[in-house]
Each structure stands twice: as structure tokens, then as C-alpha cells.
Ligand binder design. Structure first.
Ligand SMILES: Nc1ncnc2c1ncn2[C@@H]1O[C@H](COP(=O)(O)OP(=O)(O)OP(=O)(O)O)[C@@H](O)[C@H]1O
Ligand SMILES: [Mg+2]
Ligand SMILES: [Mg+2]
Length: 502
């Protein structure tokens, strides 16, 4: 019966038109991550950039950075090590031989007239990053290569009516350009990838990767193709210099829709470089691929190739800290909660702090103190944990006082801000000088507890009638009177025993 109906009426109209497959978005990222180092990639000038206007313009500049004749670049070994570490962290291949090239273009913030980069043989080839998607499926994004290169200076066009100003503090700052394969399939995946990469770079200390400080800038390549077309990718456009995950996400979504609309109208996507304008959530064309300047790449004659032997790479490897996923597993075995783990991993310098602070202490307690108390105080004084005056061993000393019942947790919370204010006394000294040592005078607590039972018959009745929460009233009263000096557990035990005794 069913079959007849299908055959007779529905079949022709159901199967005659086949809807085209859905559009799939394809994304590949080129990331410029500023390397954490004391000095620039090829000069001795300090590598210090920051919030706009934080440093005096042109105050972090060496003769080499302004391209004075006779100055020569010298490769900063620390930056090479950072690129190697990053390569190892993504399971990439560290090239035994890599070299530098000149990429020529003319702009006022590029005094040499060329950028020194690694066009032909980058220091790292291959590698991948894995992360978990919201549907719990593991996603793997291939890294095609990582190259070392220098940043340009900054042109400032909006501060003088007639002139463009140039600040060369950023000129020569070391960057790693990290290029992914065209492996992401949605704006969400791109956002998760960026977060995971930031976490990795911070964990191994090669970049602090703050997007809002320009330390991590993203060029996003977008194309679309029909989901059933596995053979070829669509034409890509490249969106330059996106500096927040929100903008990356929005720019991809806008751009993919723009491609789809063009293709559905029968038009073509042009291979071009575009800018995303967050003020009206659109992208606009910057230059077509055919208009692109010829960079006249040539090998950099002033820098010998970098050749690395096994021993050198092994040495760098031996300084690698544990990677985030390894730490996640380890910390969760130590009893830390997911929230503390994520805050530690997501805060630059926090993992190292925790690692130095917790030995000898209860790891979970230490993690809670760092993520809630210490980071809370530091945030309000806009200080990074790396610059905290309360160093890991100081926090360890403070928590030792709690764990040996010398002070209560509540008193420790009073001591921490004093230590953070730059008071260099040992925490025990601060406690003693203030007379904050925990009272473990069991007898005094017992006397006060009996007194309370006498003076608060209503509450006693409630408790004994089955409302066990009234215990909190008695314990709280005593703790308040003791101004945090009494041990809450001890008060609790004494009070409960007396109330239960009748
Ligand atoms: N069809 C595509 N759709 C989306 N992304 C793509 C597509 N094809 C390539 N990509 C991505 O584009 C990026 C290309 O970067 P690459 O540095 O190799 O070259 P480029 O963009 O031509 O040069 P430049 O460094 O001067 O910007 C990679 O991230 C790659 O994954
Ligand atoms: Mg590139
Ligand atoms: Mg590109």
C-alpha cells in the first residue's frame, strides 16, 4: 500500500530536482605572534611595545633599527630558541638549516626598505594543534610552517594636520609568523584555534599573545565551496590584521556570506586582500592579487644561515615546560577544579607561579589562593603575576601558616594585602606583630559555647528540634567574636558536640 502511493504520486516530484549541496566555509590563518624577549630580533634595542603612547615614541630604537649605514643585523639567539620551542610544542619539524630573506617594499615606517623574513626556508615546517569542539569531537589543524621575521615601525596619520608621524619602537620587534593549513570550517573553529594557540604560546613562554596589545595579529583567509566538492577549494580572500576573536568571528561570517551571495548570483569571488570594518560589520577591498607589489625577494646577505645540530635542539627541548593538555590532566589528578585549572592556564605566568608555589602545600588550596585572591588583588592594581611582589615562596610561607593551624584562613586573607603592599616582613612576623595567631584555647571556646546554649534557648530548641542549620548561628557568633582567630573546624566540632549532648 505504502509502496503504491510512493510510486504513483510522490516519486516523480520528490526525486526530479536535487537541491545543491550546502556551502562550506574554509578558513586558513596567518598569525603574527610577537616573541617575548629582552631585545629585538636583530638589534640590542629593548623589545618593549605596549598600549599606544605607553613608551615615548622612538625611545626603544637602536642604530640598526633606523638603518644607519654600517650597522649590521645580529640574530637574537633567544628568539631562535623561542621559534624552536614553539615548533616542538606543535610537533613540527625543526629545520636543521634555515635562512633569512629580504622582502622589499617602500613605506616610511620601514627604514631599510625591506623586511627581513624567512621566505624560502623557515625555521619550522609542519606540525599541528588539536582542540575539542563543542560537540566533543577532536579537531586537528595543520601548521604549514613558522617563520621568524621582524616587525615594521608604526605610521601615525591622525595626530598632525599636515604630517604623518613615524614611531620606530616596534621596528625590528621579533615575530613568529605561524601559518595554518586551510583546515577550519567555521568561525567558531577559528576562534577556538586562536584561543588554543594563545594558550600554548603563553604556556611555553614564547609570546604573551595579547591581541589587544597587538602582540598577536591574525590574517584570515576565507573561501567557500559546495560541501560535496572534495576536489577543489574556492577562491580565497585574505582579511588583514584582525585583533580580537570577536572580530575574527564576525569578519569570517560576513565574508563567507559575501562569497555565497556572489556565487549564487553566478558571479565570481576575486582573489584579493580586504579589511574588516567593525564599525559597520563589512569588509572592503584593499588590493587585488594582481595589483600586489613585487617584493623582489632576495637572500639576506648580512645574516649567515642558521644551522642547528641535534644537540642544540635537544638542549632547547630540555628547557620546555609541560604543555597545557598535559598540565590539565596532572592538575585534575592533584584535585584542582576545572575553573582553577583554566584560570592558571589562561593567565600568562600563572602556571610557572603555581609550580613554584605549591610544593609542600595542598595544591588545591594553593590554586584557589592564586586564582581567587592573588590574581584578584593583582588585577585591581593592574599588575601582572610575573611582577607580583608576593613571590611564589612568600605565598607558600603564608599558606604554611594556615596549614599548620598557626592562623586561620580568614586571617591569611588579611595578611595577603599587607604583603602585596610591599611589606617585606615574613608573613609569620606580620601575624605575630598584629597578635593574629590562631587561638586554640579549647577551654575558652567551650566556656563560651556553654554560655551561648544558656543565653539562646530558642536557637537551641530549633537545633534540637531537627533544624541542624542553626549550628551555623552558634559557630558564626563565636568566630565573629574571635575576629577570625579561632579555627572554624574546632569551633564547629565543640559546638556540635555540646548541642548534640543535650
Ligand atoms: N582556498 C582557501 N581557503 C581558505 N584559506 C586558504 C585557501 N587556500 C589557502 N588558504 C590559506 O591561506 C594562507 C596562505 O598563507 P601564505 O603565507 O602561504 O601565503 P600568502 O597569503 O599568499 O602570502 P603572504 O604571507 O604574503 O600573505 C594559509 O593560511 C592557507 O591555509
Ligand atoms: Mg603569509
Ligand atoms: Mg597571506
Amino acid at each position: 500500500m505504502m509502496i503504491n502511493v510512493l510510486k504513483g504520486v510522490n516519486r516523480p516530484s520528490l526525486f526530479s530536482t536535487v537541491a545543491p549541496a550546502r556551502w562550506e566555509t574554509v578558513i586558513g590563518l596567518e598569525i603574527h605572534a610577537q616573541i617575548s624577549s629582552q631585545s629585538k630580533l636583530f638589534s640590542n634595542a629593548p623589545n618593549q611595545t605596549g598600549i599606544e603612547g605607553y613608551f615615548l615614541p622612538n625611545s626603544k630604537v637602536d642604530l640598526m633599527d633606523v638603518a644607519l649605514p654600517g650597522t649590521l643585523p645580529v640574530v637574537n639567539r633567544h628568539c631562535v630558541d623561542c621559534a624552536i620551542k614553539t615548533g616542538l610544542a606543535i610537533n613540527g619539524q625543526i629545520n636543521r638549516n634555515s635562512s633569512f630573506d629580504r622582502k622589499h617594499y617602500f613605506y616610511c615606517d620601514l627604514p631599510h626598505g625591506y623586511q627581513i623574513t624567512q621566505q624560502r626556508s623557515p625555521i619550522v615546517k609542519g606540525g599541528h594543534i588539536k582542540f575539542i569542539l563543542p560537540n566533543h569531537v577532536e579537531k586537528k589543524v595543520e601548521i604549514s610552517h613558522i617563520q621568524l621575521e621582524q616587525d615594521s615601525g608604526k605610521s601615525i596619520h591622525d595626530q598632525h594636520p599636515q604630517l604623518s608621524l613615524v614611531d620606530l619602537n616596534r621596528a625590528g620587534v621579533p615575530l613568529m609568523e605561524i601559518v595554518t593549513g586551510p583546515d577550519m570550517r567555521s568561525s567558531e573553529e577559528a576562534g577556538l584555534f586562536v584561543t588554543k594557540l594563545q594558550e600554548l604560546l603563553r604556556a611555553i613562554g614564547t609570546s604573551s599573545a595579547n591581541m589587544d596589545l597587538g602582540e598577536f595579529r591574525c590574517d584570515v583567509n576565507v573561501s567557500v565551496h559546495r560541501e560535496d566538492n572534495h576536489d577543489s577549494l574556492g577562491v580565497r580572500t585574505e582579511l588583514k590584521n584582525l585583533n580580537s576573536i570577536k572580530f575574527i568571528t564576525k569578519a569570517i561570517e560576513y565574508e563567507a556570506q559575501r562569497h555565497i551571495q556572489l556565487l549564487e548570483k553566478g558571479e565570481q569571488v576575486k582573489r584579493e586582500t580586504r579589511f574588516y570594518d567593525p564599525s559597520n560589520n563589512t569588509t572592503f577591498s584593499l588590493r587585488r592579487k594582481e595589483d600586489e607589489v613585487d617584493y623582489r625577494f632576495m637572500p639576506e646577505p648580512d645574516i649567515p644561515p642558521i644551522s642547528l645540530d641535534e644537540e642544540y635542539i635537544e638542549n632547547v627541548k630540555s628547557t620546555m615546560p609541560k604543555l597545557p593538555d598535559e598540565l590539565r590532566e596532572e592538575y585534575s589528578k592533584k584535585g584542582l577544579g576545572k575553573d582553577e585549572i583554566e584560570v592558571l592556564l589562561g593567565t600568562y605566568g600563572a602556571v610557572q607561579y603555581f609550580e613554584q608555589a605549591y610544593p609542600g602545600r595542598d595544591p588545591k588550596r594553593m590554586a584557589l589562593w592564586i586564582t581567587n585572591d592573588l590574581l584578584g588583588h593583582l588585577k585591581s592594581s593592574r599588575t601582572s603575576i610575573i611582577d607580583s611582589v608576593v613571590q611564589p615562596h612568600h605565598l607558600n610561607q603564608l599558606l604554611e601558616l594556615v596549614e599548620t593551624n598557626y592562623i586561620t584562613n580568614a586571617v591569611a586573607k588579611e595578611v595577603l594585602p599587607i604583603m602585596l603592599s610591599g611589606d617585606h616582613r615574613h608573613p609569620k612576623q606580620i601575624v605575630d606583630d598584629n597578635g593574629w595567631k590562631q587561638e586554640s584555647n579549647e577551654e575558652a571556646i567551650r566556656v563560651r559555647a556553654l554560655e551561648l546554649i544558656q543565653t539562646c534557648p530558642k536557637e537551641v530548641q530549633k537545633y534540637r528540634g531537627g533544624n541542624k542549620r542553626t549550628l551555623g548561628f552558634f559557630v558564626g557568633t563565636i568566630l565573629k567574636e574571635q575576629k577570625g582567630k579561632a579555627n572554624p573546624q574546632q569551633v564547629n566540632d565543640i559546638m556540635q558536640a555540646l548541642l548534640d549532648a543535650e
